[in-house]
Design a protein around this ligand. Structure first.
Ligand code: SF4
Length: 371
């Protein structure tokens, strides 16, 4: 898309060569990533990223009528930062039946986003059947389900290859994988915060296999805890390299860490940090269509601000989200459609409703709210 170049007044000369690369279609490297995290000139960085987003999408910002469903929070793992999971027999645990899961799919939504714990009582067949039954009952609903952590676990408990698991899920009706479980692709951080959980090797194996099978996926980064700027840049560059080799990522989603009662220190968490991380990601990920302002973790107002720092997707109306809210997020559990559109307009952008595949759609009843 041809759009006018903004006239930038650089207060930090270190950003000038980066801007030259961005405008000429060059690729930013690790040092450029670090320069973006270190610059005091956040507003210029934001304008650079905003231009990069508008070059792809004009003023359009995407959202989808969706809902989250977390069918179970029983989990065999025990990640330090997780306030969602429960051990078998612990109070506060749940495992939904199909009627309850169907209840999350009602209301004219276009996408259901399903993630949960690794329930020791549920074999792969139970997880597979959830997808199959939703597909049968709601043939037009976009189904985005199970993170790489879940897929890798299915493969182990079912003694099937990751590829076979994904193939069976696709045949059952799965449209897309969410991007969760990535956290930060640093072995140092993994050992410290989520040692039993998969790292980059397995996470990338799952997403590579999904892309090769024609299943698009998302990607995430959990930031604002013990990770360094170097680890953030490295994380994003790993994703960029994988996208070059096996394209299929739709969106990158920076997730602001919610400390809850975990006792993990919150580090470099502020509105400025959120905006900086969105902008740096947008400029580094030159082969990704979208960086998402995930309002559930950023908060609705901050997500709206992030739309001028390179984000071009607001995710969806959500509703019934549990994972982030059990960790103490203060954002509402759902946004009505008209609130979503208002936040996008307040950022000077044009709301564009989409389906799971980013096809433009339009739902006439704009009062449809999350349940
Ligand atoms: S983060 Fe996921 S894998 Fe880790 S304990 Fe929580 S639900 Fe289980």
């Amino acid at each position: 898309m041809n759009i006018e170049l903004p006239k930038l007044n650089f207060r930090d000369r270190a950003l000038e060569p980066l801007w030259d690369k961005v405008v000429s279609g060059g690729r930013l490297d690790f040092d450029d990533g670090m320069a973006m995290y270190r610059t005091p000139d956040l507003m210029t960085l934001g304008r650079m990223a905003n231009w990069a987003a508008e070059r792809r999408h004009g003023k359009k910002v995407y959202y989808v009528l969706n809902r989250q469903c977390n069918p179970t929070n029983f989990c065999v793992l025990d990640c330090k930062f997780c306030e969602f999971a429960r051990r078998k027999g612990e109070s506060g645990g749940w495992a939904m039946g199909m009627d309850e899961i169907f209840g999350h799919c009602e209301g004219g939504i276009r996408e259901i986003h399903i993630v949960g714990g690794l329930n020791p009582d549920w074999g792969f067949d139970t997880y597979l059947d959830i997808v199959r039954q939703i597909r049968l009952k709601y043939p037009d609903l976009g189904i985005k389900a199970w993170t790489a952590v879940e897929i890798e676990w299915f493969s182990r408990v079912a003694k099937k290859s990751i590829r076979q698991v994904l193939q069976e899920l696709k045949e059952a009706g799965l449209d897309m994988l969410p991007g969760g479980g990535a956290e930060v692709f640093s072995e140092r951080v993994r050992r410290e915060l989520y040692k039993p959980k998969i790292g980059w090797d397995k996470w990338s194996e799952v997403h590579r296999a999904a892309h090769e099978l024609g299943i698009p996926t998302n990607s995430t980064m959990l930031f604002g805890h013990i990770e360094t700027y170097e680890e953030r840049v490295d994380h994003v560059l790993k994703l960029r390299a994988l996208q070059d080799e096996a394209p299929g990522f739709r969106t990158f989603i920076p997730l602001a860490f919610q400390p809850g009662n975990t006792g993990i220190p919150v580090n470099r968490a502020s509105a400025q940090e959120d905006a900086r991380t969105v902008a740096a990601s947008r400029l580094l990920l030159d082969n990704f269509d979208h960086v998402k302002a995930y309002w559930v973790m950023l908060g609705a107002e901050m997500a709206s601000i992030a739309l001028n720092f390179g984000a071009s997707d607001m995710d969806g109306t959500i509703g019934r989200e549990k994972i982030v809210h059990m960790a103490g997020a203060s954002s509402p559990e759902g946004l009505a459609t008209d609130s979503m559109r208002k936040l996008i307009r307040e950022a000077g952008k044009e709301p564009q409703e989409r389906d799971i595949f980013y096809r433009h759609v339009s739902t006439p009843d704009l009062t449809l709210a999350s349940a």
